[in-house]
Design a protein around this ligand. Sequence first.
Ligand code: CA
Length: 229
Amino acid sequence: MVKVLVVEDEETLLHNLADKLRSEGFTVYTASDGEVGLQKIRAEVPDLIVLDIMLPGLDGLSICRMVRHDASTAHIPIIMLTARGTEVDKIVGLESGADDYIVKPFGLGEFLARVRAVMRRAPGRTVMQQDEIVSNDLRLNLTSRRVFKGEDEVKLSNKEFDLLAELMRNKSAVLSRDLILTKVWGYDYFVDKRTVDVHIRWLREKIEDDASNPRRIITVRGVGYRFEG
Ligand code: CA
């Protein structure tokens, strides 16, 4: 079952695209504004997102960036729908993270061909993506979302897992609290910065040999945290 989410505020176009995709066997979700689109992306984690740029509420480019910055959705291929050449410049120029784009008006045949092409490339990208991050005796599997310390599984909450994945991906780099909040909690969350510290403390209790003398997650005073190994 391949899930496609179409976010488009032009009702007729949304209806036609959804119909076409359903007739090809896709499971289709729809949204006609940006906020609902983002909610459905997070709730359904679709296999493909078809995303209009000009939307009421959140625009498509912002959604695209949020999807790319969220560890749980970063892998999802995105096809952007655009009305004008200036928008095309934005998609390409800002490195929005879109996989492909189609300029309106377009035919349903062309649309389907693009969908198929992006879906064909997607599995390859997943394979190429590092499925597992290993550091000393710590092993984090991004697909199964399981973490092992030596032979023992470490049980983490969703946020603890995302936080650890972000730290391990950026080994040795200092991550500010702001950056961590953005990447792990998302742009639209107004979370107290101390939330990060609390989650770091919980993580340390689970993955450090001695949580009061951490060797893996190092505090960088006044800035944030660094994963050392
Ligand atoms: Ca539109």
